[in-house]
Design a protein around this ligand. Structure first.
Ligand code: NAP
Length: 593
């Protein structure tokens, strides 16, 4: 049936000309003409500047949600100024769109050895690849988040910034680099960037017609509980997953979300707010020559040094700067020599908690100096190991207990120590869900999945199988898991065996690195089963990788590329492209850090 259209009062040639305008120009014109048609001075003031508003695309590349949060804050501010700003998560952004942008702002964290977070990898590949685009005509700005105790501080932000300029883009605003306590730096950068964008992109100040928001941070901000407002949950129980004689302690943790209404999806992470053990704080105070009652100016106002050391400061991970300044204040020749050698300094910093330094090179410290030098204690994110359809109002975690041995003492990681050692059943723990839309089961339950993980990287796969079981999903499931010893470290082994017996787990490939003469890793299992792996890919399988980012994830990627090249008979370049296509189609998803 033909719709009857009203005859247009506008001449066809004018309509043709209008069709050539950009969406932003059309949006401007629509608002302008509408306001004109109302023709009362109080309804509108016709813009004096005829320049069209420019389109701003804010891309967030986030691992733990901080970059996504800053990007959302920035976009909200731009929208508040009536600028045409759109927020998109890098994981939902097609890299090839980049050269067609008007103004692009990238807000990215850095992980591993200077790499972008997982969802920013395709964009990074695209800009640094053989087919890197020309960025002439595109204006850009970059804001980076990082951790200054690592040598490649904010490297991903630096890379995006220099490469966009090298490819011909116009830098509108100098890059911002923010450390762990990023908020003040972010606020200042957002203020000055907004001012600049108001000048160059404001046009006639029209409200944009379409605002696409498909960023996880947006959904999560709508929840009653989030990072800023965590929920006080109760610990249900913790139990050992590894045997008592295992080299590494791993705990299964169950937390009650009560009537919070908090929901999560398979693949999400749980943020856990932590604090430091009182005996550790007592020892720091005693070794620093402090009583604990001295007050300091902290991020949360004037409080006692005991309180900040308990609640705000990271006592395990020192920065190279702190150790260097500590050496300069003191009289330890050995420490002065150590800090003069960068490699030695970084090695010492990686393995020495604050109490180790205070023990090795004793020195009295003013309370404020101590506080100022320590990193903020941030919530720890754990991959969720349960599916809500299976466990209801509970959330389960698989936690590797961090134990730092120094001068015959054991210091536990702040969060893992809290969950596994210091909390009793029923005790409070403040938590929030950090959505991870880049690590999701396929929408089609018939799609096969290959789950690759080492150590506690197995956590999300327990959640995946609980979910697939609840959904009665028909897709095949393959677990490729590696750890040290079969007998001691086969995490959740009874559950995997049960899933296998039920016919839910179709393939299991296990790699035990310390059971034989030679190390066997998950990547060896991928190569060993190359034909099957390739066949599963032909059948549309989604690949998941979870665990250590720096070594395991890279080696696994190489093994996958080798299989694609060898079994799929593709050149190295074509294999890389094949894997990139899988990544862009959400068929290769990694949750690694
Ligand atoms: P782990 O000690 O890192 O090792 C687990 C297994 O991986 C061991 O058998 C180890 O063998 C092996 N391995 C070592 N190097 C490897 C390599 N290059 N390729 C493949 N396998 C390798 O296990 P963990 O202590 O449980 O730690 C797991 C890691 O995953 C941590 O870094 C944790 O932060 C991370 N993680 C990340 C997520 C996430 O991103 N969502 C979730 C959970 C865990 P050997 O030690 O015998 O060499």
């Amino acid at each position: 049936m033909n719709a009857i259209l009203p005859q247009s009062p506008v001449p066809p040639e004018t309509l043709q000309q209008l069709a050539q305008l950009s969406p932003a120009q059309q949006a401007f014109l629509a608002g302008y003409l509408w306001a004109n048609s109302q023709s009362t001075a109080s309804v509108h003031e016709a813009p004096t500047a005829a320049a069209p508003a420019r389109k701003i695309t804010v891309i967030s590349a986030s691992q733990t949600g901080n970059a996504a949060g800053v990007a959302k804050q920035f976009t909200d501010k731009l929208k508040g100024e009536k600028l045409d700003a759109t927020l998109v998560a890098a994981g939902n952004y097609k890299a090839r769109q980049l050269p067609k942008e008007d103004i692009v702002v990238i807000i990215t964290s850095t992980q591993g050895e200077g790499e972008p977070p997982e969802e920013g990898v395709p964009l990074h590949h695209f800009l640094f690849g053989k087919k890197a685009p020309k960025m002439d005509g595109v204006s850009f700005a970059v804001f980076g988040l990082g951790d200054s105790s690592y040598p490649d501080f904010c490297q991903a932000g630096k890379d995006f910034d220099t490469q966009l300029a090298a490819l011909g883009g116009e830098r509108l605003i100098d890059r911002g680099d923010a450390d762990l306590d990023f908020q003040a730096t972010a606020d200042a950068w957002i203020d000055s960037a907004t001012q600049k964008l108001k000048n160059v992109a404001g046009g006639a100040n029209v409200t944009p017609l379409t605002l696409v928001t498909n960023n996880a941070a947006e959904a999560h901000a709508e929840s009653a509980y989030n990072k800023e407002t965590p929920y006080t949950a109760a610990l249900i129980q913790h139990s050992s997953l590894a045997t008592a004689d295992a080299d590494k302690e791993v705990e299964h943790i169950e937390i009650d979300l009560g009537d919070s209404g908090i929901t999560y999806a398979a693949g999400d992470a749980l943020g856990v707010y932590t604090n430091n053990a009182s005996d550790t704080v007592d020892e720091v105070l005693a070794r620093s020559g402090l009583t604990g009652d001295e007050t300091v100016e902290s991020r949360e106002g004037k409080v006692s040094i005991r309180q900040v050391l308990t609640e705000q400061s990271d006592l395990n991970q020192l920065t190279p700067q702190f150790i260097t300044q500590y050496a300069e204040r003191g009289d330890s020749e050995a420490l002065s020599e150590l800090v003069a050698d960068r490699a030695q300094l970084l090695e010492y910093q990686a393995w020495t908690p604050l109490l180790g330094l205070l023990h090795d090179h004793p020195q009295q410290l003013p309370a404020q100096t101590l506080y100022d030098g320590l990193k903020p204690l941030t919530p720890r994110l754990y991959s969720i190991a349960s599916a809500q359809e299976e466990v209801g109002e509970e959330v389960h975690l698989c936690v590797g207990v961090v134990d730092i041995h120094h001068h015959d003492q054991v210091y536990y990681g702040s969060a893992s120590g809290l969950l596994s050692k210091r909390l009793d059943e029923g005790d409070d723990v403040r938590v929030f869900v950090e959505p991870n839309p880049r690590f999701r089961l396929p929408q089609d339950a018939a799609t096969p999945i290959i789950m690759i993980g080492a150590g506690t990287g197995i956590a999300p796969y327990r959640s995946f199988l609980q979910q697939r079981s609840a959904d009665e999903a028909e897709g095949k499931n393959w677990l490729i898991f590696g750890n040290r010893h079969f007998r001691k470290d086969f995490l959740y082994h009874a559950e995997w065996l049960a899933y296998r017996d039920q016919g839910l787990l179709h393939e299991t490939s296990l790699a035990w690195s310390r059971d034989g003469e030679e190390k066997v890793y998950v990547q060896d299992k991928i190569r060993e089963n190359g034909d099957t792996f390739w066949q599963w890919l032909q059948d549309g399988a989604h690949i998941y990788v979870c665990g250590d980012a720096t070594r395991m994830a890279k080696d696994v990627e190489q093994a996958i590329l080798d299989v694609i090249g060898d079994v799929g008979k593709l050149s190295a370049d074509d294999a890389t492209e094949f894997l990139n296509d899988l990544r862009e189609a959400d068929r290769y998803q990694r949750d690694v850090y």
